[in-house]
Design a protein around this ligand. Structure first.
Ligand code: G1P
Length: 278
């Protein structure tokens, strides 16, 4: 998506924020790996300026491969080879103007076609096993319709998220009767918020065709989803796992610590480092 990553300047001056690494992989690769693990086979990237780093990341790099091969660095070689999706199953399109998340998704409408699709926002990084999208697909097999990842947030933070107006809730899965994008805490219908994972029906794209502006003067995905409620069910799933908001610096630092601790080859050393500063 064409977010400008201003919170990470100057790091994001010449590269998109989706290329920021957590431990040793860029955010965008976590999103692709999570989608793949959920059975997704085709990928569309909606990018903005400075997208070439993303394209190069998911491309072959014969020179680098050859030199790693010569040096016998088989682990590193495997790490870069497994990044590549199958040829022809990856496409890029540019969001020419930063008109909002709904607009970014709409930019991919011809590539998506008339079938259900998933949206992953790379700066919502989720540490979970099985991955968040895999958990969602499991539940989607029962619910159909539109399904998003959801999390309860502190009341004071409802103005950062899309919020569900909950009709039914079993503590894990909530059905919404309406949605509101970034409401003031005083007006929020609940504290159950949308996290950047969506399984959506193509009707949402038809709603986005209206190009109606919502909160912040942007074309909101939340509004388009909200307009399909009544025709198709809308659910939020409280997934198992931890989510890190890598769109802000502290969330990003926390993600690096958590993912470092989660890596078997690093756990002990990261703990030692933390103890020094604890
Ligand atoms: C977007 C969506 C919002 C959602 C959030 C999840 O907001 O508009 O509904 O809750 O992603 O991260 P953004 O973070 O782009 O402002």
């Amino acid at each position: 998506m064409a977010g400008q990553g201003t919170r990470f300047l100057p790091a994001t001056k010449a590269m998109p924020k989706e290329m920021l690494p957590v431990v040793d992989r860029p955010l965008i690769q976590y999103a692709v790996d999570e989608a793949r693990a959920a059975g997704i086979e085709e990928f569309i990237f909606v990018t903005g300026r400075a997208k070439s780093a993303i394209e190069d990341h998911f491309d072959a790099s014969s020179e680098l491969e050859r030199s790693l091969e010569e040096q016998g660095k088989t682990e590193a070689l495997a790490a870069i080879r497994e990044v590549m999706p199958e040829a022809g199953r990856i496409a890029y399109t540019r969001q020419q103007h930063p008109l909002g998340l709904g607009h970014a998704v709409w930019c991919a409408r011809y590539l998506i076609g008339d079938e259900p699709f998933a949206v992953l926002l790379a700066d919502d990084l989720i540490l979970a096993e099985p991955g968040c999208l895999a958990q969602m697909i499991d539940v989607y097999k029962r619910t159909g319709g539109n399904l998003v990842a959801a999390e309860d947030v502190p009341k004071a933070q409802t103005d950062r998220y899309g919020i569900l107006d909950v009709a039914e809730d079993d503590g894990t899965l909530a059905r919404a009767r309406a949605l509101v994008e970034k409401p003031n805490p005083a007006d929020a219908p609940s504290t159950l918020s949308i996290i950047g994972r969506y399984i959506l029906q193509p009707q949402v794209l038809r709603e986005l065709d209206r190009q109606e502006k919502g909160a912040g003067g942007e074309i909101q995905l939340t509004d388009a989803m909200a307009r399909t409620i009544g025709d198709i069910p809308f659910h939020g799933l409280r997934f198992e796992g931890r989510r890190f908001d890598c769109g802000n610096r502290l969330g990003f630092i926390e993600a690096n610590i958590a993912f470092g601790l989660d890596r078997d080859d690093m756990t002990d050393r990261v703990k030692e480092i933390l103890a020094v500063y604890g």
